[in-house]
Structures are given as structure tokens and as C-alpha cells.
Design a protein around this ligand. Structure first.
Ligand code: HEM
Length: 517
């Protein structure tokens, strides 16, 4: 071995030893929250990549308690596994824990949305505008559109249950784009506006997956020329997404603006923003786009979960149908005014939210300053994951990343709170535990916790009720049959059952009758 080579090896060895020593002293000096064992330099975040599965995190939370820390020198992740930890950090320390990852990506793409907006005054204003239109008192104006679409969807499902997933998708798209832009002329899921909104949502989701992009970790990389291998490719991809979204997404908003100027605009969220001159036009356009971003996939998924639960748990379906028949009768459809008189249906909706909620809107937060919790140090910039469920779409490319998909999966499987948690049982919400407490209403976590809690909660819940009540009053969903006449039992994972696995039968209330308002 030449002298030069020897010196090189020796230097490397020295640097390595130094790195390990620095790492060890850092880990010692700072008492990080519990997590799997860390290795020098990489920390332990790489463990998530190996087996970032719901079970793995559940396992971790059993070992480490309410929170598990995945350390890495450039990006750490704190997974919150209990409602208590979420309350402590996201609610009680909301001013520190309400930022989002991904802001440098959004900046690079030149897009926007309430979902990705960094915590601050601009975010606050947008929340206020959202709230003005989607608060509880504002909801009655949307009842008829939600019910109309629920009836339309049910009718189409009765005619062709094979297409159920697309029909539910179309239903939520028409409701959301309907209230946002009065765009009700969407008749298929491949409508340009629906497709563009769906793609935009996909981009938002990826943007929010912490560490999926290097530029999110090192924002100055955005200046890297696109011809540089690997990193340049990332910049190119994000720039292309940005261009695509910027070209298509604001279009619907400007259609409404044109209609307003021509005096032919019908009431919509976008029109109200324009009439109130609520903020600058660009922000209004992206804020309107956030409606679809936040509301479409979430309601769609909850409705799929509802159908799946009805197929797998026919006794729950029957009980809900009996209640509707008893309270509402068979001459008309159930409406929002009936809601308080339908406790079983109400609990069924809670159970849907608990049992299977894949909320792509379940979004991680970013800690804005160093913090200490229960004696542990949590560094500024740590990504806070108030949920612990894996979804393929959020899979990270690099050893440092991943993301959650659902705020509720772990809490929803808390056996103390929800005994036999994998079973769908609406009755559980009427059964007090040994301390006389009823189980936590899943609305309290399925829509997020803290200052960034879903601003579409009441609206989304209203759309869910309309669909569930109208569907159950008019239809029964059954397992489909294979070519030999044998029942097909859809699986719960993945959530989407294959077309052909369901049958929908007409029943009781006539679909064309009106709900009572
Ligand atoms: C079943 C229906 C829905 C579920 C389960 C759901 C769930 C969620 C969750 C878990 C979050 C993240 C909260 C957090 O970061 O802590 C969220 C955020 C959000 N949701 Fe929803 N959502 C639903 C419906 C809707 C609807 C109908 C809209 C709009 C019309 C909407 C708009 C939003 C927006 C804009 C955000 C981001 C808020 C922010 O970052 O400040 N969501 N949602």
C-alpha cells in the first residue's frame, strides 16, 4: 500500500471515528424521545423505510408509549400514537406545532393551497375565509346539492353497481366542484376538471410527504440547474408539476370571474370570495382549489368504507335501515332534519370514521422551534406525524422518509377505548367503559387535531350523512356472486373492493321522493 493510500484510509478512519464520537455526545447531551436504537450519522429513521407498516408503528408505540422518535441529523420524525400526546402538542402547544413540511417545494412549483400553506398570517386569513363558508350555520345552503348528488349516485349504483367506485368518486367531485365553482356539469370521472384536480391533489400529497424530495430538506437546492444528474431531475419534475397545475387549476376560478363580470355567475365559494374581494386574486384561486384538495378523496374514501362495512356487516346495515324506516317511514327520504332522531345511523357514521379512514388529508405538521416534552428534547424542524398508518402512495424514496396517511389509524385501534377494534360495531358508542365513559367520538381525531384541524369537518360530515341515510333508505348492498353463484367477500385491504363484488337492491323509500327540510 502506498503512503498516499495509507494516509487516505487513515484520514477516513479518523473522520468516521470523529463522526461517531460527535454523534454519541450529541445523543447523550440531548435526551431525545424514545425510539428504536439509532446508528451513527443515519440515526434510526432508516428503520421506517425497512418496515414502515402500520403494525411496525403499533409495535413501536407499544414499546415506546405515546410517542416514538425517529432521529436523523437532517430530518427527524416524531410519531404521535395517542390522543393525549396529540392534545398536549398539537392543541396545547399549537403555536409551535402547526407548520407544514413541503413549503419550499410549493414555492418552487409556484402553486399554493390552504393545505400546504405555512403557519402564519396568510394561513390564518385563508382559514377564516374557509370557515365563513363552511361553518355549521352556513351548511343548510348546501343540503340540497349534497342530497341531490346522493340520490343521483344511489340511482346509478342501483342500475350498475359494478361502477360503484367511479360513481362515488363522481358524486364527491360534483359536490365539491359544485359548491366551489358551481361546476355541476361534470358527468364522468375523466372530465378534464376532475382529472386536473385529482392530479393537483396527488401533487399536494407528495409535496407533504416529508423528505420525499431533497429540496424540501435543503431548500437552496432549488437553484440547482436541471441538467445536474439526480437532483436536477427532481427539480425538473417539480417544475413540470408546477407548470401543469398553474396552467389548469386556476382556470375554474377565472371562469367564475368571467361569469361574474358577465353578470351570469351563480352562487359558489369562488364567487363569494370575488364579491367580498377577500384577498388577492391568486390566493383566492388556490384557496378555491384547496376545497377539492381537502374534500374530495376524503369523502370518497369514507363512502367506500361505508359500502364495504355494509357488505361485511349486514346486521349493522339492517339495524340502520330499520331505524330509518321506523323514524322516517317509507314515503320520503331522510333529510338533515331527521339526523337527531337517527342515533344508530349517527353511530354508524362514527364507526365508519373509526373503522376505516384513509384520509389523504391526514397531514404531518412541522415543529417551528425546539421544544421539550415530558423531559425529552424535540428539535426544531421535526416532522410531527399525528398518525401511524402506512399507505403505498406515501412511500419514501430515500432512507429518510415516509409519511402517514391517516390521523386515526392508531387511536382508532386503541383496544382500551374500542374493544375488538377491527370489528365494525356502531353499538360500541353507546357502551360505557368500566369508568362509565363512552368511547371517544372519532370525529375528534379523524379530521385532525389542533389548529390545522380539517376546516371541512362539518361539511364533510353533512355529505356523509346525506349519502349514508339516502342510500340505506332506498337500497341494500350485498356481496356479489362469482360465475358459480358463490358469494364474493371483498377484502378490507386494500380498501377498494374489485368491481363486481357488490350487488345493490332497491328497497323501501322511493328514490325520487324528497327529504324533509
Ligand atoms: C370525511 C371527510 C374529511 C376528512 C376525514 C378530512 C380529514 C382531514 C384531516 C385529517 C386533515 C389534516 C388535519 C391536520 O393537519 O391536523 C384535513 C385538513 C384539511 N381538510 Fe379535510 N377532511 C374531510 C373533508 C374535507 C372537506 C369536505 C374539505 C373542504 C371542502 C376539507 C378541506 C381540508 C383542508 C383545506 C385542510 C387543510 C387545513 C389546513 O392545513 O389548515 N376536508 N382534513
Amino acid at each position: 500500500m502506498g503512503l498516499l493510500l495509507f494516509v487516505q484510509y487513515a484520514t477516513l478512519l479518523l473522520l468516521g471515528t470523529l463522526a461517531v464520537a460527535v454523534f454519541r455526545s450529541l445523543m447523550k447531551a440531548r435526551k431525545y424521545p424514545p425510539g428504536p436504537a439509532a446508528i451513527p450519522v443515519l440515526g434510526n429513521l432508516h428503520k421506517l423505510e425497512n418496515d414502515f407498516r402500520y403494525n411496525y408503528i403499533l409495535e413501536m408505540s407499544k414499546t415506546h408509549g405515546d410517542f416514538t422518535f425517529f432521529y436523523n441529523p437532517v430530518l427527524s420524525v416524531l410519531v404521535l400514537s395517542s390522543y393525549r400526546a396529540m392534545q398536549d402538542l398539537l392543541v396545547n402547544r399549537g403555536s409551535k406545532y402547526s407548520d407544514r413540511p413541503g413549503s419550499s417545494i410549493v414555492e418552487l412549483m409556484g402553486t399554493g393551497s390552504l393545505i400546504t400553506e405555512p403557519f402564519g398570517p396568510k394561513w390564518k386569513l385563508q382559514r377564516k375565509l374557509f370557515h365563513q363558508h363552511l361553518n355549521k350555520a352556513a351548511l343548510p345552503q348546501y343540503w340540497s346539492i349534497a342530497e341531490h348528488e346522493a340520490k343521483r349516485c344511489t340511482l346509478r349504483l342501483q342500475r350498475d353497481p359494478n361502477n360503484w367506485s367511479d360513481e362515488l368518486r363522481l358524486n364527491t367531485t360534483r359536490v365539491i366542484l359544485g359548491i366551489t365553482y358551481d361546476a355541476r356539469d361534470i358527468f364522468a370521472t375523466d372530465d378534464e376538471r376532475a382529472l386536473a384536480s385529482g392530479e393537483f391533489l396527488g401533487h399536494v400529497i407528495e409535496t407533504l410527504s416529508p423528505g420525499l424530495f431533497w429540496v424540501d430538506i435543503f431548500p437552496s437546492l432549488k437553484y440547482i440547474p436541471s441538467w445536474i444528474p439526480l437532483l436536477g431531475k427532481e427539480i425538473k419534475k417539480l417544475s413540470k408539476w408546477g407548470e401543469q397545475d398553474r396552467t389548469v387549476i386556476p382556470k375554474s376560478f377565472y371562469v367564475v370571474k368571467g361569469q361574474k363580470e358577465a353578470g351570469i355567475a351563480k352562487p359558489s365559494f369562488a364567487l363569494s370570495l370575488l364579491e367580498d374581494n377577500a384577498t388577492d386574486e391568486r390566493t383566492m384561486a388556490w384557496l378555491s382549489a384547496s376545497m377539492y384538495g381537502g374534500g374530495s378523496d376524503t369523502i370518497w374514501t369514507a363512502l367506500q368504507a361505508f359500502l364495504l362495512a355494509m357488505v361485511l356487516y349486514p346486521e349493522a346495515q339492517k339495524k340502520a335501515q330499520d331505524e330509518i324506516e321506523r323514524v322516517v317511514g317509507n314515503d320520503r327520504l331522510p333529510g338533515m332534519h331527521d339526523r337527531d332522531s337517527l342515533p344508530y345511523v349517527e353511530n354508524l357514521i362514527k364507526e365508519v370514521l373509526r373503522w376505516w379512514l384513509l384520509a389523504p388529508g391526514a397531514i404531518s405538521h412541522r415543529l417551528m422551534e425546539d421544544d421539550e416534552y415530558k423531559g425529552y428534547f424535540i428539535p426544531k424542524g421535526t416532522v410531527i406525524v399525528p398518525s401511524t398508518w402506512y399507505d403505498e402512495r406515501f412511500r419514501a424514496k430515500l432512507f429518510i422518509l415516509f409519511l402517514p396517511s391517516c390521523t386515526s389509524r392508531c387511536i382508532s385501534r386503541d383496544e382500551e377505548m374500542y374493544p375488538d377494534p377491527e370489528t365494525f360495531r356502531p353499538e360500541r358508542f353507546t357502551e360505557p367503559n368500566a369508568d362509565g365513559q363512552l368511547p371517544l367520538d372519532p370525529h375528534k381525531f379523524a379530521f385532525g387535531v389542533g389548529r390545522r384541524v380539517c376546516p371541512g369537518l362539518d361539511f364533510g360530515d353533512m355529505v356523509l350523512f346525506s349519502n349514508v341515510a339516502i342510500f340505506l333508505a332506498t337500497s341494500t348492498i350485498l356481496k356479489g356472486l362469482d360465475e358459480n353463484g358463490n358469494e364474493i367477500t371483498p377484502t378490507t385491504v386494500p380498501i377498494h373492493p374489485v368491481p363486481g363484488t357488490l350487488q345493490v337492491q332497491n328497497r323501501a323509500a322511493p328514490i325520487n321522493s324528497a327529504p324533509r327540510h
